[in-house]
Ligand binder design. Structure first.
Ligand SMILES: *Cc1c(COP(=O)(O)O)cnc(C)c1O
Length: 383
């Protein structure tokens, strides 16, 4: 955070929000002697998070990516299978597919929300079905905290007999039709990376209602160790468990989750005010965001109507030492996935070209918020 040595600290997009309570809990975990992965705070963290997300079981893991990886293995993803991934996502979603040896197939999003387009998903599943492909899973992503359209996606996946692994890395605390994010699909993955709504510095969780799935994921995450005194192994496992010290951080953060989401929500409202009278700019995902955790607030600019583009705004913010960033570069545009198949019509490309995420963190001070809002106002007025 102090990498920049200017008179004023750079205002970041979504820095961690930790304080005294987190410090106390971590110290308590260290003093308890439970330093290794596993321990009472991991158990308590899993239980609290399962409850919060309306799930029977939760397995704490070292990252959200690890949760996706193990969920996909459990769904049967591997060489010779296909996994459908929205092209508008962070690379972790597609990387987890690659780890299993399955083929990622990218599908475009709806422009209003940036989430997986149900009609295109259906089209893709039909195409894959016709060619006799084995589709191991579909991974809807809850982009920037907005739940994917599960009401439409789940019945489609069910009709094709395909498992749903929900990537809820960005949506902890959000609700969709009264149900919590993380409660959708056979399995869901959470992330507690440093930039998410709450953090364990690094960590993740797999959520499911199926006891056998939870047990198997727990086993795979601890080097697939058989219950024998001499460490017997019959298959390849992973070292993916969360440490007890980090679970302590997570428990403290979870106590403050709603308060932190409230701050992000207030920031979004302030951005909506600032851009209210500006033609050619919309606050992304603003309509219908009542249940969203508002992880990141973005604007989408129509350069013809606005007379400026998202990069002009990014440059102006950067000059004021304020961080902003385009939306995720779509996976079908990424060099590493250049050979992957996709069904895209341009929605994700449009959002990438014209969207910009603004400082959205709950740790932003009132002074920092005022600086950002004043910089935005000045930019708009100068145009
Ligand atoms: C952050 C994120 C992940 C990965 O989580 P890590 O804990 O950083 O491994 C996966 N998917 C999405 C959409 C994310 O934003």
């Amino acid at each position: 955070m102090t990498a920049h040595q200017g008179a004023r600290e750079r205002i970041l997009l979504s820095p961690p929000d930790v304080g005294r309570r987190e410090e106390d809990m971590v110290v308590e975990a260290v003093r308890s002697g439970w330093i290794a992965p596993l321990g009472p705070m991991v158990d308590a963290f899993e239980q609290a998070m399962a409850e919060r997300c309306g799930r029977r079981h939760a397995v704490a893991l070292s990252s959200g990516t690890a949760a996706l990886h193990l969920a996909l293995l459990q769904a049967g993803a591997g060489p010779g299978t296909v996994v459908v991934v929205p092209t508008m996502t962070f690379a972790a979603t597609a990387n987890a597919v690659a780890y299993t040896g399955a083929e990622p197939f990218f599908v475009d999003c709806e422009e209003a929300t940036g989430n997986l387009d149900p009609e295109l998903l259906e089209q893709a599943l039909k195409q894959l079905d016709a060619e006799g492909a084995t589709v191991a899973a579909v991974i809807p992503v809850d982009l920037l905290g907005r739940c994917a359209d599960y009401g439409r996606l789940l019945p489609i996946c069910e009709r094709f007999g395909v498992a749903v692994v929900s990537d809820a890395a960005e949506s902890l605390g959000s609700t969709c039709a009264g149900r919590p994010a993380g409660s959708f699909g056979a399995m869901a993955a959470l992330s507690f990376n440093g930039n998410k709504v709450m953090t364990t510095s690094g960590g993740g969780m797999l959520l499911t209602d199926d006891a056998a799935t939870a047990e198997r994921v727990r086993y795979l995450s601890t080097q697939a160790r058989q219950p024998a005194v001499h460490y017997e192994h019959t298959e390849i496992g992973y070292n993916y468990r969360l440490s007890n010290v980090l679970a302590a951080l997570g428990l403290a953060q979870l106590e403050r989750l709603d308060e932190m989401i409230g701050r992000r929500r207030a920031l979004r409202a302030a951005y909506a005010d600032v851009f209210g009278g500006t033609s050619g700019v919309r606050v992304f995902q603003r309509p219908g965001d009542e249940g969203d955790n508002c992880w990141l607030t973005a604007v989408v600019v129509d350069p013809t109507e606005a007379g400026w583009d998202a990069d002009d705004l990014r440059a102006a913010l950067d000059r004021a030492d304020i961080e902003s960033r385009p939306l995720w570069k779509p996976m079908h545009q990424q060099p590493v996935f250049a050979r992957a198949r996709s069904l895209v019509l341009g929605a994700a490309d449009h959002l990438f070209a014209n969207g910009l995420t603004l400082p959205s963190g709950s740790a932003l001070t009132a002074d920092q918020v005022n600086t950002v809002l004043a910089t935005l106002s000045a930019f708009i007025e100068a145009r």
